[in-house]
Design a protein around this ligand. Structure first.
Ligand code: G
Ligand code: MN
Length: 311
């Protein structure tokens, strides 16, 4: 019933049977979310969201193949001096029709469709290419890659990184791999051995968005990792005392496990100074630099000394 209602009400929006099925799904889900026995009509906002999602999904494979999704780079700095100590590669996709498509939109779709493998391969290969120019200007800068934890299954990430390492004179020395915490489907032993093998290629391992979702402290202690990146929700929330306490606790935890820490999402001087006061040594965020194209980061000064708050 919901399906035919959706189709009848919005005949002009539906471009394919697939669209209609997605509308029906969305309507059904929304009806379920609003409670039993309630009928909820598709509203315009839901319609726009589902249409966009369908479009993103259908354009993804071509965008990957044609290299329309490519890395931008955001600087990481030493908090006390503003010195650039590394860059994080972040996938960016600008589509003529859709505008900026954020990784939050296309990564989950890529994970579902299997496109995550070719996407990651292309992105990593591009970062390795770019790394020569980056290192020429910032000799000791680390370069961080993000990976979906899904690629740990079947050792796909290890295989990808091994190929890349074999093409470089010094392997992947100076590269960092960022992975988010999830309920990894691997056993702790399997996870540890894969991370060890990846480290053997010269890569250091960081837990991304630390504290945001699934956390297992017992696993953290047994995982061969070198770094935590504090989720930006804690940094952004430091006006509230409880978030300062959480950041402080993460720093203590990291210190006792001998892990480096980068605070993500620093946008203003108050956040910077609070972090320095807590003994945090590294930061990243719009206060210092936004993610930029390769050519732009190559014009950055070695030290980023911000004058005004980003937001
Ligand atoms: O999940 P991960 O931490 O890798 O993603 C980082 C994302 O956060 C990027 O998309 C980047 O553009 C965004 N980002 C980086 N610095 C800031 C910041 O200071 N404020 C906000 N709101 N977002 C940021
Ligand atoms: Mn990251």
């Amino acid at each position: 019933a919901t399906f035919s209602a959706g189709a009848a009400l919005f005949p002009n929006h539906a471009q394919s049977i697939n669209d209609l099925l997605i509308y029906a799904d969305t309507a059904l889900l929304s009806a379920k979310e609003s409670g039993r026995n309630q009928i909820k009509w598709l509203n315009a906002k839901m319609m726009t969201a589902t249409t966009r999602k369908t479009k993103v999904d259908s354009k993804l494979a071509v965008a990957i193949r044609e290299g329309q999704i490519f890395p931008h780079y955001q600087a990481e700095v030493e908090l006390s001096t503003g010195k650039i100590i590394g860059f994080e590669a972040l996938a960016r996709w600008h589509d003529q029709e859709l505008g900026m498509v954020s990784p939050a939109e296309f990564i989950p779709l890529a994970e579902q469709s299997g496109a995550i493998d070719p996407l990651t391969e292309r992105l990593f290969a591009q970062v390795v290419k770019d790394s020569h120019a980056i290192r020429a200007r910032f000799p000791n800068a680390t370069i961080a890659l993000n990976s979906s934890p899904q690629l740990l299954t079947g050792k796909r990430l290890l295989t990808m990184l091994s190929h890349l390492a074999s093409e470089l004179e010094n392997g992947l020395d100076g590269f960092v791999l960022e992975i988010t915490e999830t309920d990894f489907s691997l056993s702790p032993q399997e996870l540890a051995s894969q991370l060890q093998a990846i480290m053997g290629l010269g890569v250091r391992i960081a837990i991304d968005d630390f504290g945001k979702s699934y956390s297992s402290l017992s696993r953290l202690a047994s995982m061969p990792i070198q770094k935590l990146k504090i989720d930006m929700s804690f940094t952004a929330g430091m006006e509230r005392e409880e978030n300062v306490k959480i950041v402080s606790a993460i720093l203590a935890l990291a210190q006792s496990l001998s892990l480096e820490v980068t605070a993500e999402g620093v946008e203003n001087r108050f956040q910077q100074d609070t972090l320095i006061g807590l003994g945090c040594q590294q930061a990243q965020g719009y206060f210092y630099a936004k993610p930029m194209q390769l050519q732009e980061i190559l014009t950055l000064a070695p030290h980023l000394i911000p004058e005004k708050d980003a937001c």
